[in-house]
Write a protein of this length. Structure first.
Length: 133
């Protein structure tokens, strides 16, 4: 499935009912080692960001860490669809393990640069412009 098809199927701001299907598609993209086009991966992350469920930060982190290209291609802000503070709280209180710890440290390191006056609505607006929707 390409970006155009995804946007037609779900829209840039999908309904919560489509969350699980989007999560499954993102998991497939993460596992697809042959895929060199990160546009679909990024769009799926944006869709989950727009839904805003804090639990999706973990899957978006996996996408961001898929390889060196996706590390810079997927905006750090996409990890915080539920909000920056909410995401930190979730990582600190509801997740165990090295992955959660690494993501938490990364977010805290990025805070002074990437989360000054952070607004989910502003990021969604920018993505709408980017995709022309």
């Amino acid at each position: 499935m390409n970006e155009e098809e995804l946007l037609q199927l779900y829209g840039l701001e999908p309904d919560e009912v489509n969350r699980e299907a989007i999560r499954q598609l993102l998991q497939q993209e993460i596992e697809n080692r042959k895929s060199e086009d990160n546009e679909v991966l990024r769009l799926l992350c944006i869709m989950l960001f727009c839904i805003g469920n804090v639990e999706d930060t973990r899957l978006i982190w996996q996408a961001k860490r898929k390889n060196q290209d996706t590390g810079s291609y997927i905006d750090v802000q996409l990890l915080c669809g539920a909000g920056y503070e909410e995401t930190l709280f979730y990582l600190e209180n509801n997740m165990d393990g090295e992955q959660a710890h690494k993501e938490l440290l990364y977010l805290k390191q990025c805070e002074p640069y990437d989360f000054v006056d952070f607004s989910n609505a502003e990021w969604v607006s920018n993505y709408k412009q980017y995709y022309g929707v």
